[in-house]
Each structure stands twice: as C-alpha cells, then as structure tokens.
Design a protein around this ligand. Structure first.
Ligand code: BG6
Length: 481
C-alpha cells in the first residue's frame, strides 16, 4: 500500500513518557535516517510538562542519540525536528483540546493517527475528548494505535474494546504487539510458505515436536506493581508467544489478504486443546526466580523486588505443553516457554522432525533474538571410507551481516511505517485478543483449581529443576543457546 499525498498527523498522547523517549521517537528518527520518513508526516507530541517545541527538541536529543539504531547525526536530527511539534496540554481536560483543534485545522484532509502511549484507563477519556472537540472532523482517515496490555482477562479486554468502538471502527484500531515487528517473526511465513522443502513437511507426519522459547536474563525491572498482578502467562504467553505459535502453525493465508491471515491465526488458538486439572502437571510448569547470579553479579529474588508481595506466588517462568487439535498437527506436542532471570537471553523456535533410521533428527531453528537467523541440521556421510553418518549444519546468520543489520528496521520502526501505510497485517486483530484471553482465562482457572505449585529457581539458571523432565530430553541437546 502506498502512502498518498495527504498530510499525515501522528499525535502521541503521553509524549513525555518512557515509551515515547525510548521507542517511538528513536524509531521515527531511524525512518528519517534511512530516508523513508514520509515527507508530509507531522509528529505532534502531547504532554503536560511545560516544554516549548524548542525546549522539547533539546530534551529529546540525548534520548534519540542513545536509543536510535542508526548512529546520531546532527543533520538528520535537524531535518527530523522540522516535523516535530510539542503541544502542552492535559489530555484529561476537555477544554485543553482546543489547542489541538487549532493545530489540526492547519492541515485539511489529513490522515490522523493517534498513539495512546498512556495507561488503558485513559483510552476512552482521550477518545471522547477528541470527539467532543470536533478534532476528528474533516479528516482523511483516523487510526488509533494502542499498546498491550489489552485488558487483563476476557471481560476487561471486551470492555476496553467496546470503549474504543464507541469512537473508532475495528478497522481503524491498531493494536501493537512489538513481536510482530521483529524481522524473523515475519520471516517465519516466508520460510514456511516459499520453500518446498519446508512446506511439504510441516505436519504431524514429519514433525516430532515444536518448541517456542522466549528466555530473558532481565528481572521485572521496576515494574513490580504491574508484574505482580500479571505474571509470565499474561505478560508473555497470551500475546507474544501465542502470536508466534499462530504464525508457526497457521494454514497459508491467501495472497496479501489480511483477513485471511487473521482468520488462520485465530483458528490455531481456537484449536488449542483444553488443559485439564487432572493432567495439569504434564502440561504446565510454573516457576519464580530466587536470588542468584547474572553476569557475575548477585541479584535479588523476585519476592524482594520493589512493589512485590513478600509471599507472592506470581510466576516469572511458565512452560506449557500444548496440542493443536487440527488434522495437520494432531498429537504433535508444542512447548512454549518463557521466563525472566534465566541463564540466556534468547527467543527461538525449534522444529524437531522425526528421526529416520534412528539417526539424529533434522532440526530447524529459527532465531528471533538477539541473533537473527535460521539454523538447520541434517545428516551426511562422514568423509572417508566408512559409511558412518554425521550431523552437519547450515547456518544462515542474518544479523551477522553488517548490511542486514543496517537494513533491518527495529520493531517500532516497522510497525509505525506499517501504520502510516495502513497495513494491518503487523497488528493484532480483536479476534486474536479475544481467543487468546479465553484460553488463558480458562488456563488460569485450572491452575488455581489444581493449586499448582510455583517452583523457585535460582536467578541465572535455566529455570525450575522440573524442566529437565517436563521437556523432551532431546530438547537440551538441540537448543542452540
Ligand atoms: C514485554 C513484556 O511485552 O516484552 C516484558 O511486558 C518483556 O516483560 C518484553 O520483557 C520482552 O520483549 P523483547 O523484545 O525484549 O523480547
């Protein structure tokens, strides 16, 4: 989709918050540096702090210089500033919107994007104020961009959704899951659907199991109040891991058809086999980090983090063994794992194929972060006179190549660019949010009913001890990190 000639107004509510400084402005700067910043784009930053556009520009310089992917250049920065305007106002105060109205009225027929970089309880306040100031009249189109969490369960998500629908249509709601902006997650579809080699064997006849892992070394980082009410299942599984899962297992969408993409993704989530109380221990393993050592530094346990209950039972690690009840993947175990304060930082997908003649199985590893690439192991004859078989590998390290690193946009860069192009394929559809919450709400109910234990694991370890028997033995041999 090409961007038209109309002005594009990108308004950030929450313009003096962390997300804006660390992600949004550096991403926009990067777009300018790689020369894809739309020339008719104006960034309108809304904040309560008493900045002028001039003082705000000075204020954001160190943030951009620190967080932009492309090395800082004064020339690019001053070009970028020509497109940035600061509007001092309180977005909860109706009267303040007249200032915004004045700004908007200078741009007839604009494509309006509103980024709500604020807590969800303010979404409806802003939407209603935008409506009542007539700020949304005379526009070319409207789009609203929001960040997770999209609610904390099905009910709260539905309520939030209804509030947005009072003002916006589903078509104009862009829900950000930053994992969808990651290069290798987008590449999964190309790998699967553009290679005969993989396309033909992506099923229960050839696949032994699949594992999707997002392992972090960081702890909860000053987010105690949020995290203690949330836990790993809601923070990572319900959104990021389910997105990856759905892309790894969905049927091929019809060419460039976003509805077909969403339908096929949601189908995977709807086909997840229910996890039951009686067998929960075979399907769910929860853990919580204790004190330990990360990078030679001692770190405290979760229960001693600020704003966390001292006897908290919140999981910082979750592993799930799931099945997708579809004819294609019947009885293929799918392992999802995520945890904080683990020994490595790595997000990867492992597709372990069935063994032939008792040889080592082929394993396809899709490395999502921090390294990006594809690694494939297969069997070959050992050089020499014997007929012995050895496992060999092909390693496509995408991020090892300098040009690839420079040309690969970061998640927010890709997502903002897609939003300017009205490309919804990189955003989360409501049907996905709803189905994911339905599954997770039920799962959490079952965990509560079963009173499943949360196992402590030392920070810097590979997770709870029981993981050794929860996962297939071969996983520990095949994982690349
Ligand atoms: C966020 C979670 O959505 O994703 C964080 O709230 C987590 O807890 C982060 O650390 C992980 O993102 P990434 O891109 O570092 O894998």
């Amino acid at each position: 989709m090409a961007i038209g000639k109309h002005p594009i107004l990108f308004t950030i509510f929450g313009g003096t918050g962390d997300l804006t400084y660390r992600k949004l402005l550096p991403a926009l700067y990067n777009l300018m540096a790689v020369k894809v910043f739309p020339e008719q784009l104006q960034v309108i930053v809304v904040g309560r702090k008493p900045f002028t556009t001039q003082s705000y520009s000075e204020h954001i310089k160190p943030w951009i210089s620190k967080y932009a992917r492309i090395p800082f250049s004064e020339n690019v920065f001053s070009e970028f500033l020509e497109h940035v305007q600061y509007v001092e106002m309180n977005f909860t105060v109706k009267e303040d919107y007249s200032t915004l109205h004045d700004v908007y009225s200078k741009y007839a027929n604009a494509q309006q994007l509103y980024y709500y970089a604020v807590a969800p309880e303010f979404f409806s306040v802003i939407s209603n104020n935008l409506l009542s100031c007539n700020c949304m009249l005379d526009s070319h189109t409207h789009q609203v961009l929001i960040e997770k969490p999209f609610g904390h369960d099905e009910d709260s998500a539905t309520k939030l959704h209804q509030q947005l629908l009072d003002v916006f249509s589903e078509e104009s709601i862009y829900r950000i899951d930053h994992y969808l902006g990651k290069e290798m997650i987008q590449n999964i579809m190309t790998l699967r659907f553009q290679n005969m080699l993989f396309q033909q064997v992506w099923n229960k006849d050839a696949i032994d199991y699949i594992s999707i892992t997002a392992s972090e070394t960081v702890g909860i980082e000053n987010r105690g109040s949020y995290y203690d009410q949330t836990g790993a299942i809601k923070d990572m599984v319900q959104n990021h891991l389910f997105q990856i899962l759905s892309i790894v297992l969905m049927e091929e969408p019809k060419d460039n058809d976003v509805d077909s993409l969403f339908t096929n993704q949601v189908e995977v989530i709807n086909q997840l086999r229910e996890i039951r109380v009686e067998t929960i221990k075979d399907h769910v393993l929860l853990g919580q980090y204790d004190s330990g050592t990360i990078d030679d530094e001692s770190v405290i346990g979760y229960q001693h983090e600020a704003n966390v209950e001292t006897s908290s039972n919140t999981e910082t690690f979750a592993a799930l063994k799931m099945y997708v009840d579809s004819p294609t993947y019947e009885n293929v175990p799918i392992y999802l794992q995520t945890g904080k304060r683990l020994d490595v930082r790595s997000t990867e997908v492992l597709v372990v194929f069935k063994s032939v003649n008792n040889q080592r199985p082929n394993v396809l590893t899709i490395r999502i972060s921090p390294d990006e690439g594809v690694y494939f192991t297969f069997n070959a004859k050992k050089p020499g006179n014997s007929q012995d078989v050895v496992a060999v590998s092909m390693d496509f390290c995408q991020s090892c190549v300098y040009e690839n690193r420079v040309n690969t946009p970061e998640a927010y860069e890709r997502l903002l660019f897609a939003a300017f192009n009205k490309d919804k394929s990189l955003f989360t559809d409501w049907s996905m949010v709803l189905s994911s919450w339905r599954f997770v709400d039920h799962l959490i109910d079952v965990i509560d009913q079963a009173q499943l234990e949360v196992e402590l694991y030392p920070s810097g370890s590979s997770g709870p001890k029981s993981l050794d028997t929860f996962l297939p033995k071969s996983y520990f041999e095949f994982r690349t990190k």
